[in-house]
Ligand binder design. Structure first.
Ligand SMILES: CC(C)(COP(=O)(O)OP(=O)(O)OC[C@H]1O[C@@H](n2cnc3c(N)ncnc32)[C@H](O)[C@@H]1OP(=O)(O)O)[C@@H](O)C(=O)NCCC(=O)NCCS
Length: 145
């Protein structure tokens, strides 16, 4: 059974654990700090009782930014990422969000296909943004009223 749970600040260790076993984006301290940023919400997707993916979104007035989005390796390509993204989009719609933003490396071709599926468009590039010299691509999904 699939469910979505809002994680609370005291649960930052669960996020660090999933991240350490998937894309290793943030340290334990960065996860702890992330929960304390204004407007941050953390959603976990669970299969039965296991957390299989996490999404961090930061809401600032009528804009939302995806700071983290990852599904555990062995659960990928089974529709769980889409389930979590669809949930996030519904949340944005109910909160009257006008645009949803994210940043992704130009080398992440899987994410590129994934975000196209949800009608994100490229709005800007940051040249040589990542350590390996690749560009960061800023993507946006607009919500039509
Ligand atoms: C991007 C990510 C979240 C997708 O999650 P997922 O659960 O595997 O995605 P889904 O199974 O819902 O797939 C949705 C669509 O994305 C695309 N997609 C997903 N994985 C893909 C792959 N390996 N190759 C090509 N397209 C892929 C397809 O269009 C797919 O639709 P389809 O299965 O009907 O063809 C997941 O690959 C992931 O966690 N990647 C590492 C973290 C990351 O890159 N995050 C985004 C950066 S901000």
């Amino acid at each position: 059974m699939i469910s979505i749970k809002v994680l609370e600040p005291f649960e930052f260790e669960l996020c660090f654990e999933l991240d350490s076993n998937t894309i290793c984006l943030w340290t334990r301290k960065q996860w702890e700090d992330e929960f304390n940023k204004p407007g941050v919400k953390v959603f976990a997707i669970l299969l039965r009782k296991e957390i299989i993916g996490i999404n961090v979104v930061q809401i600032i007035i009528d804009e939302a930014q995806i700071n983290y989005f990852s599904i555990k390796q062995k659960f990928r390509r089974k529709g769980y990422g889409s389930y979590l993204m669809s949930y996030l989009i519904k949340q944005c719609e109910s909160l009257g969000i006008k645009r949803l933003l994210l940043e992704v490396s130009e080398t992440n071709s899987i994410a590129e296909v994934f975000y196209i599926k949800f009608n994100f468009l490229t709005v800007r590039r940051r040249k040589n943004y990542y350590k390996d010299g690749s560009d960061a691509v800023l993507k946006e999904k607009k919500f039509i009223k």
